[in-house]
Design a protein around this ligand. Structure first.
Ligand code: SAH
Length: 337
């Protein structure tokens, strides 16, 4: 087991099983995430025999940076995993702080037609520690603290639910990396049973749902997941999520030229969400060479925005990051395989 993938609660159980005091788990967390030591020997308030036992039971190996590309406000990291797979994460400098977009799986099986990341089929889940390490290593690289995390890189986080939840608990822990739940955003293409599970977790993270179409017939065409979990049921679930958690949900809507960007589609969206505690984030599509979709032009996006706004919907247009270094939304896909 890798130490960076264990929640404090599970580490407490481990110590209790060893006949040790529970608070040792907090001490270990402080060494790992506040002092950032890389060896059990450096944990000076832990007795030598317990250090040896920990060394036997846990690995401290980390993923490694294979390559880094930097462009103004954005850096893209290519990480090599212990089994030779590669994943990517993106660091973004906002006016409110630094955020990291992390990957949750090696590849993705959701098959959204416009998405580059999904062209590499899922090879495996990422372990919780591999997600935690994306953050630790970027913080070490830049010698600064990250203030927010978005789970929007390669993969569908709700298709790797348990590991993603452990990851969230670890980075959110008051003895851990201490990223506030309200600074953590999980983005899903809409796996309904898992959204239902998430609403019972009692954690105040932000949920973003990739909608990208206002009705079943179009959504079926561009997002195959809609055939399993239909948009009507999805919206019902979002409603339930909001009433259960009292949290506002983000609806992501990528603007595809001639596909989902006309006036009547904007009006359909208003019909779906009128009166709900959501906001719609319009995402300028990032074109990639292998996929035929085109980005909507600026005027079309503005018009769409205005219709939603006049219809009483909270709406924003996402700032584009990193398109020069293939680090924009949906462009993460290791070319190193
Ligand atoms: N699987 C999750 C998270 C990863 S995708 C999800 O579907 O939400 C993150 C976001 O990027 C999703 O909204 C996805 O639809 C969007 N996306 C994919 N390809 C894109 C592209 N080329 N340009 C802009 N956004 C894209």
């Amino acid at each position: 087991m890798n130490i960076y993938g264990i929640t404090r609660e599970n580490l407490e159980k481990y110590f209790v099983d060893q006949g040790e005091k529970k608070f040792k788990a907090s001490q270990i967390f402080e060494w790992l995430y506040q002092h950032r030591v890389k060896k059990f020997e450096d944990m000076t308030n832990i007795k030598k025999d317990l250090q040896d036992k920990l060394k036997q039971d846990f690995s401290m190996d980390m993923i490694t940076i294979q390559k880094k590309q930097v462009d103004k406000l954005t850096s893209k990291y290519l990480f090599k995993l212990y089994d030779g797979n590669f994943i990517e994460a993106v660091l973004m400098q906002h006016d409110y702080g630094l955020s990291v977009c992390i990957s949750s799986e090696v590849g993705c099986n959701m098959g959204c037609k416009f998405c580059e990341s999904g062209r590499l089929k899922k090879v495996r889940n990422l372990e919780a520690h591999e997600m935690v390490e994306q953050i630790l290593i970027i913080e070490e690289d830049i010698q600064k603290r990250i203030s927010s995390v978005v789970i929007m890189g390669i993969g569908e986080p709700l298709d790797n639910y348990d590991n993603v939840m452990s990851f969230i608990r670890i980075i959110n822990d008051s003895k851990g990396i201490q990223i506030g739940a309200r600074h953590i955003t999980l983005s899903t293409c809409g796996i309904i049973p898992k959204i239902k599970e998430l609403m019972n977790e009692n954690i105040q993270i932000n949920l973003a749902v990739s909608l990208h179409a206002p009705n079943s017939s179009l959504r079926n065409k561009i997002m195959p997941i809609n055939k399993a979990y239909d948009i009507k049921e999805l919206i019902k679930t979002i409603r339930e999520y909001i009433s259960k958690t009292t949290r506002r949900v983000t609806i992501e809507y990528v603007m595809l030229d001639g596909i989902n960007d006309n006036e009547s589609q904007a009006k359909e969206l208003i019909g779906l969400f009128k009166g709900m505690n959501i906001y719609i984030n319009l995402i300028p599509y990032n074109e990639t060479e292998n996929i035929g979709f085109k980005k909507s032009n600026k005027e079309t996006i503005m018009k769409f925005y205005d219709i939603l706004k006049k219809g009483g919907i909270n709406v924003t247009i996402r700032k584009e990051f990193g398109s020069n270094i293939d680090a924009a939304c949906g462009q993460l896909r290791s070319k190193e395989r």
